[in-house]
Write a protein that binds this ligand. Structure first.
Ligand SMILES: [Zn+2]
Length: 275
């Protein structure tokens, strides 16, 4: 699909999603800014990951570059090592925790003007931890993706030298970010997954702090890409402290980072308060 098409689809989804949050004009402008910053922070981190991995791959001898076990070791050492783990965690936290707070405060005060939003609340600290748990999963997704591409390259080469050349080509292409685990498309997907988690997580905490919301109702995003499980969850109403049951999993809100990738990646669902 063309970049412009992807952009338009993303924009349409974002608008629907933001509309469902019922923000004031100023809050919305701020949230859009946070979105953009989040996307850029993730894109930067992925770009660095791709470059670092490519540098390590280009340095390998022909023999090692054609050896799947060796490639896997390099991927794990570079990409899933502490450096990127921490860098990713920081990007996720800096970019998306303000979104959690903004959504929370806006909901709490909007529902109950006498409520006092606690900025440094326990829920926010807990949520930061939950968000960070997404990072190893994201890194392992790109590690798996790279490995599959490398294996295909190894299989299609006839001689060791040819295999090494193909592997190095694949690595360079991935580092260029045109497609694959370090591409902008992936940055957008990761950023959306986290922004859904942060906005809905904050919203839920805001409802709790308002002291007035008793239940929550799942609202499925209304578009063709909405998963079957989420379409089925549409309208599900549960106690505010209890999880929704979605596709056999327990989710406190759409995008809940405790859920599996299957249930949260690219989710654009929201919730409605029930009094
Ligand atoms: Zn969804």
């Amino acid at each position: 699909m063309c970049d412009q098409c992807l952009y338009l689809i993303a924009k349409a989804d974002d608008d629907d999603f933001l509309d469902s949050l019922d923000l004031t004009h100023a809050e919305r402008a701020l949230l859009e800014k946070l979105y953009k910053e989040g996307e850029e922070a993730i894109a930067d981190t992925l770009e660095l990951q791709g470059k670092a991995l490519d540098e390590a791959i280009q340095e390998l001898s022909d023999e090692l570059a054609a050896d799947a076990d060796e490639l896997w070791k390099v991927i794990l050492a570079v990409q899933a090592g502490d450096f990127f783990q921490e860098k990713f965690e920081q990007a996720v936290q800096d970019a998306f925790m303000p979104m959690f707070r903004l959504a929370g405060e806006s909901e709490a005060i909007g529902i109950n003007p006498e409520a006092k939003w606690e900025q440094e609340n326990k829920a926010a600290a807990k949520f930061t931890k939950k968000l960070k748990k997404l990072v190893p999963a994201m890194n392992s997704t790109s590690a798996d993706h790279m490995m599959r591409s490398f294996k295909r390259a190894i299989e299609s080469g006839e001689t060791p030298a040819e295999r090494a050349v193909l592997v190095k080509e694949v690595s360079k292409q991935a580092a260029n970010g045109e497609e694959g685990p370090f591409s902008m498309t992936r940055a957008v997907r990761v950023s959306r997954t986290i922004s859904t988690a942060a906005a809905n997580g904050g919203k839920l905490e805001g409802w709790k702090q308002s002291g007035l919301v008793k239940k929550k109702r799942w609202r499925a995003a209304n578009n063709k890409r909405t998963r079957k499980d989420h379409r089925e969850a549409n309208g599900q109403t549960v106690d505010i402290e209890k999880p929704f049951r979605v596709g056999g999993e327990k989710l406190m809100h759409p995008g809940d980072p405790s859920g599996s990738a299957k249930q949260i990646v690219h989710c654009r669902c929201t919730m409605q308060a029930v009094f």
